[in-house]
Design a protein around this ligand. Structure first.
Ligand SMILES: [Zn+2]
Ligand SMILES: [Zn+2]
Ligand SMILES: [Zn+2]
Length: 485
């Protein structure tokens, strides 16, 4: 009896990292997709490989897989991972909306133009020399680094700028330098009078405000207990975008002039749900997921809902009034994600459009609260657009294009991209001619010995040494990391 049962138990091992047995297995869809994504991740140049070469690579890594070229092709197609035809890839740039920015002071050399094709953009009003200073600005919405939160809560880093408060700063007696710089209510501390003055109002609103629905005072429109719960949740989930929009919205409701609300609403605006489609439907996914992007739409949605419910608890009046609903919350996430620079929102800098060979250099101050300075990266003629690069220009054209499409929704058609794609195409077609003729001669040689050959039995390429280096994409909503929940 027992042996009979044991004999009938099949042990299935779906862990990629274990040694594979000799016996041939039929891999699951997910395993196949993950294997392909892993190869692309390790060596981005494999993304331009022809299909049979890619199939050969997968087979060389999983020798016991019974996997036909046809099945793999069907699957990659099904999940939108066949990137041979870039025209079929999802883009959402045409859905991004923006309005004229109210109350913005422009530097002498710069004007804003709005075009139907590119939305808002910054342009030079006069000729500018390479290296010339263009403008500097402070954050419109400053977001303290989420990573410092534990230190901040324990009074070990400045509650505003995040600067570490070392033993030395605290003085041997413990408090001498910081007298007057700590919070009366909680254990948080600021590093300077300046940080305290700038931050203490919002600090008290977010962390000590007593929510009182009976008073129609907007200052009471924040529930501090709910904020602290949300902050803990964001820290646990590493969800920077939720943390940031909560800080931004608190800033907005406490701004009596209403200007900040108008400026945020005028920014390039898109729903996070729309952005997610680019992740969901294409090879862009693997920057943020371990191949999981294609399978977690449902989990993703329930996480957004959870985030919205925590957000609603912080701003109960705004939600009751209908100022914020789930849809608007999704727009806030999306808008934050496409406009922030190092987690901070800048009013003028966020108007810069992308070019892989940008005409400006943006220098962030090492103290994040101080903001940034912008210089001309080359000579710029009057009327020319000022641009910045949203991605690392030294990455391959495939990496750049994918990251731009997923994170900002457009297919980059700048001169650098065009030239590099052209050059790649040229090299690829000349090398494929060469390898075809090599294949032919081997085929001929083997057929002389009466060997029978299928199309895919000979792979002339050696799998390249996979390089482990891969940059982390931080611009997409960091929430997506938490898919294991
Ligand atoms: Zn500080
Ligand atoms: Zn406090
Ligand atoms: Zn480009």
């Amino acid at each position: 009896m027992t042996t009979e049962i044991l004999n009938n138990i099949q042990v299935m091992d779906i862990n990629d990292h274990k040694e594979e047995t000799e016996e041939s297995v039929v891999p699951f869809e997910r395993q196949i997709i993950d294997a392909v994504i892993e190869i692309w991740k390790e060596d981005p140049s494999t993304e331009t490989l022809g299909f049979s070469k890619l199939h050969g690579l997968v087979k060389s890594r999983h020798k016991n897989w019974a996997l036909s070229e046809k099945r793999m092709r069907t699957l990659l197609k099904k999940y939108g991972l066949l990137v041979n035809n870039p025209d079929q890839q999802y883009t959402y740039a045409s859905e991004i909306r923006s309005q004229e920015t109210p109350d913005m002071e422009l530097p002498d050399k710069i004007k804003v133009l709005q075009t139907s094709k590119k939305g808002k953009g910054l342009y030079a009003k006069k000729n500018v020399k390479k290296g010339e200073f263009l403008w500097e600005e402070k954050p419109l919405f400053y977001v303290p680094a989420l990573a410092n939160m534990t230190l901040i809560k324990n009074g070990k880093a400045c509650s505003y700028c995040g600067k570490l408060l070392t033993q030395g700063t605290r003085g041997s007696s413990g408090v001498s330098y910081l007298r007057g710089l700590d919070c009366d209510v909680c254990s948080e501390i600021w590093c300077s009078k300046e940080c305290k003055n700038t931050d203490s109002k919002l600090h008290a609103l977010l962390k000590h405000n007593i929510y009182n629905p009976s008073k129609s005072n907007t200052r009471k429109n924040i529930n501090a207990n709910a904020y602290l719960a949300l902050q803990d949740y964001c820290l646990k989930e590493q969800w920077n975008a939720l943390y940031a929009i909560t800080r931004i919205y608190a800033d907005i409701v406490s701004d009596k002039s209403g200007v900040k609300q108008k400026q945020f609403s005028a920014m390039a605006r898109i729903s996070q749900e729309t952005r997610y489609k680019a992740l969901d439907s294409s090879a862009g996914s693997f920057d943020n997921f371990q191949g999981g992007a294609l399978f977690v739409q449902e989990q993703q949605e329930s996480l957004w809902k959870e985030g919205f419910s925590l957000f609603s608890n912080v701003f109960p009046i705004s939600v009751d009034d209908g100022k914020i609903n789930y849809e608007e919350f999704m727009y806030m996430l999306g808008t934050y994600n496409i406009n922030n620079l190092d987690s901070i929102i800048f009013l003028l800098q966020s108007h810069l459009n992308h070019n892989c060979e940008p005409s400006t250099t943006v220098k962030l101050s090492s103290n994040r609260t101080e903001g940034l300075k912008v210089y001309a990266a080359r000579d710029i003629k009057a009327g020319e657009e000022l641009t910045t690069s949203y991605v690392n220009p030294s990455h391959t054209v495939q990496q750049r294009q994918r990251e731009l499409r997923v994170n900002w929704g457009f297919r980059c058609a700048c001169e650098k991209c065009k030239n590099e794609l052209k050059e790649q195409h040229r090299r690829k077609s000349s090398s494929s001619q060469k390898s075809n003729s090599e294949k032919d001669s081997i085929r001929e040689m083997l057929s002389n010995t009466k060997a029978e050959l299928g199309d895919t039995e000979i792979t002339l390429d050696d799998p390249k040494n996979p390089s482990k280096e891969r940059r982390k994409s931080v611009r997409f909503d960091e929430k997506v990391i938490a898919v294991s929940k």
